[in-house]
Design a protein around this ligand. Structure first.
Ligand code: NAD
Ligand code: UDX
Length: 478
C-alpha cells in the first residue's frame, strides 16, 4: 500500500489530503501538523476550517484511510510520498522584508524530513514558493540526510483551489500541474504522482513541466487573477466619475471570448491569504533579477487594490457629511469572500480600521467569522499571520453581533463587505425603519438591488455606479 504524508493541516493541506484519501481508497493518507489545536479540531466534529462539502469528505474517510496526527516524524518516516503544504507568508523582517516569501516553515519541514527518512522519498511542494525553491530544498535534504544512499525527488505540484469552493475545485480541477526534474528519476517521480491524480482527474488535465515552470506558473496564475480584479476596480473609479456603469462594462468585456467572464466583479478590493503575498513575492523575484520595470508593473496591481479600499472608506466618510465620528456603522460581512470563515487579508480589516480612524462605532456581523477572530484582526497591525494583538484601544468601538438586523439597528450607515447570499435576502424595509435617517448603504460587493433600496429611501453607494445618480438622490433624502 502506498503511504502519503501531508505536512501542514491548513486550508490547503487538510482539504487536499482529504480528497486524495476519498478518491484513492487504496492509499493511506496521514495529515500531520505541529499545531495540536488544529489536529485535535480535525479529529473532532468541528473542523478547524469552514469549507462547503469538507465535513462529508472527512467523515467518509477519517478512521479508514485518512488520519490526522501531531506525530510528524513517525508519518514522514513511513511515507513514500510527502506533500508539504506549510504556510509561506511574506517575510516581516530581514532581507526582502515586506515582499519575499518566508520559507522558515518549509525549511524546518525539509530538515525534519532529512532527519527521519530511511528510504527514498518523493517530496512534493504544494505550498506556493518562489521559483527555484526546489533547488534549495534539495540541498537541505541531501546535506542533512541521516542515512547514506537515500535519494529524494522533489516535485512542484502547486495548488489552485479557491477557498469556499475548495472541495469542488479539488474534485473537478481544470488542471493539475506537476513539475519535476527532467532526468529519468525525476520523470519517474512525475509518473508516480500523476498516477495518484489519475484516480479521478482525466489525463489531459494533468500538465507536466520542468520544476521552475511549475513553481513560476503558480505565482503567475495568482498575479493574472489579481490583475483582472485591479483592472476592473480601476475601471470602477472611472465609471463613478463618468456615468458609465461597471457591471455593464464587465458584462460587455465578458462577451469577448478573448477575455472571458471570470474575475471581472468590481469590489471593495481583493483579499485572501494568497494574492497580495504572491504578487509581492513575484515583485521581489523580479527585483532580485534586475527586472525593475516588470516588478513595477506587478506592484501596481497591489497599489490599485489599496486605492480601492481607501477610496471606499473615503466615500463612506464624505457621504456621511464628512464625519463618521460617534456614528454607528453596520458592517455586514468580514470574511474575505463568501462561504469561508477565513479573514486573512480581508478588505474588511482595512475598511474597518479606516472607519475607526475617523472615530466610527462599528457593529459587525458575519455569518461565519467569530467575534474573537474579528477582535484579533482589528487589534493587530496586520503584518504577521500568528501575531498576538498589540492594543485594545481601537476595538472598544467595535461590537460583534449575531444577525444583520441587530447590526443595523439604530445605525447611520451599512457597509456590505462580503458577498454572503443572505445579505441579498434581508428585509431592507425593516432595516430602514430601524435606522437613523438619512440611512446610507455602501455596497462594496455590488450584490444589492440599488433601485429597490432607493425606493425604500436609502441613499446608496455602489462600486462603479455613476456618481450623478447617487448625488441626485441625496438632496431628496437628506
Ligand atoms: P495555513 O496557515 O492554513 O496552514 C499551514 C499549516 O502548516 C499550519 O497549520 C501550520 O501549523 C503548519 N506547519 C507549519 N510548519 C510546519 C512544520 N514544520 N511541520 C508541520 N506543520 C507545519 O496555510 P494554507 O492557507 O493552507 O497555505 C499553505 C500553502 O499553500 C501556502 O504556501 C499558500 O500560499 C498555498 N496556497 C494556499 C491557498 C489557499 O487558498 N489558502 C491556495 C493555494 C495555495
Ligand atoms: C485564489 C485563487 O483564485 C486560487 O486559484 C489560488 O489557489 C488561491 O488564491 P482565493 O483567494 O481562495 O483563491 O479566492 P478567490 O476566489 O480568488 O478570491 C480572492 C479575492 O478576490 C476575494 O476577496 C474575492 O472577493 C475577490 N474577487 C474575486 C473580486 O473582488 N472580484 C472577482 O471578480 C473575483
Amino acid at each position: 500500500m502506498v503511504k502519503i504524508c501531508g505536512i501542514g493541516a491548513g486550508y490547503v493541506g487538510g482539504p487536499t489530503m482529504a480528497v486524495i484519501a476519498l478518491k484513492c481508497p487504496s492509499i493511506e493518507v496521514a495529515v500531520v501538523d505541529i499545531s495540536h489545536s488544529r489536529i485535535s479540531a480535525w479529529n473532532s466534529n468541528k473542523l478547524p476550517i469552514y469549507e462547503p462539502g469538507l465535513e462529508q469528505v472527512v467523515n467518509q474517510c477519517r478512521g479508514k484511510n485518512l488520519l490526522f496526527s501531531t506525530n510528524v516524524e513517525k508519518h514522514v518516516h513511513e511515507a513514500d510520498i510527502i506533500f508539504v503544504s506549510v504556510n509561506t507568508p511574506t517575510k516581516i523582517r530581514g532581507l526582502g522584508a515586506g515582499k519575499a516569501a518566508d520559507l522558515t516553515y518549509w525549511e524546518s519541514a525539509a530538515r525534519m524530513i532529512a532527519d527521519v527518512s530511511r528510504c527514498n522519498k518523493v517530496v512534493v511542494e504544494k505550498s506556493t514558493v518562489p521559483v527555484r525553491t526546489a533547488e534549495a530544498i534539495e540541498k537541505i535534504l541531501c546535506h542533512n540526510t541521516n542515512s547514506k544512499g537515500i535519494k529524494y525527488q522533489i516535485l512542484s505540484n502547486p495548488e489552485f483551489l479557491s477557498e469556499g469552493t475548495a472541495i469542488q475545485d479539488l474534485l473537478n480541477p481544470d488542471r493539475v500541474l506537476i513539475g519535476g526534474n527532467q532526468c529519468p528519476e525525476g520523470l519517474e517521480a512525475i509518473q508516480k504522482l500523476k498516477a495518484i491524480y489519475a484516480h479521478w482527474v482525466p489525463e489531459d488535465r494533468i500538465i507536466t513541466t520542468n520544476l521552475w515552470s511549475a513553481e513560476l506558473s503558480k505565482l503567475a496564475d495568482n498575479a493574472f487573477l489579481a490583475q483582472r480584479i485591479s483592472s476592473i476596480n480601476a475601471m470602477s473609479a472611472l465609471c463613478e466619475a463618468t456615468g458609465a456603469e461597471v457591471s455593464q462594462v464587465s458584462h460587455a468585456l465578458s462577451k469577448n471570448t478573448k477575455i472571458g467572464p471570470k474575475f471581472l466583479n468590481a469590489s471593495v478590493g481583493f483579499g485572501g491569504s494568497c494574492f497580495q503575498k504572491d504578487i509581492l513575492n513575484l515583485v521581489y523575484i523580479c527585483e532580485s533579477n534586475g527586472l525593475t520595470e516588470v516588478a513595477n508593473y506587478w506592484k501596481q496591481v497591489i497599489k490599485v487594490n489599496d486605492y480601492q479600499k481607501s477610496r471606499f472608506v473615503k466615500r463612506v466618510v464624505t457621504s456621511m457629511f464628512n464625519t463618521v465620528s460617534g456614528k454607528k456603522i453596520a458592517i455586514l460581512g468580514f470574511a474575505f469572500k463568501k462561504d469561508t470563515s477565513d479573514t486573512r487579508k480581508t478588505p474588511a480589516i482595512d475598511v474597518c480600521k479606516g472607519l475607526l480612524g475617523d472615530n466610527a462605532c462599528l457593529t459587525i456581523y458575519d455569518p461565519c467569522v467569530t467575534e474573537e477572530q474579528i477582535q484579533k484582526d482589528l487589534s493587530m497591525d496586520g503584518v504577521e499571520w500568528d501575531q498576538q494583538p498589540m492594543s485594545s484601544t481601537m476595538v472598544k468601538q467595535v461590537s460583534v453581533v449575531g444577525d444583520a438586523y441587530e447590526a443595523t439597528k439604530e445605525a447611520h450607515g451599512i457597509c456590505i463587505l462580503t458577498e454572503w447570499d443572505e445579505f441579498k435576502n434581508i428585509d431592507y424595509q425593516r432595516v430602514y425603519d430601524n435606522m437613523h435617517k438619512p440611512a446610507f448603504v455602501f455596497d462594496g460587493r455590488n450584490i444589492l438591488n440599488v433601485d429597490k433600496l432607493r425606493e425604500i429611501g436609502f441613499i446608496v453607494y455602489s462600486i462603479g455606479r455613476p456618481l450623478e445618480q447617487w448625488l441626485k438622490n441625496m438632496p431628496q433624502q437628506a
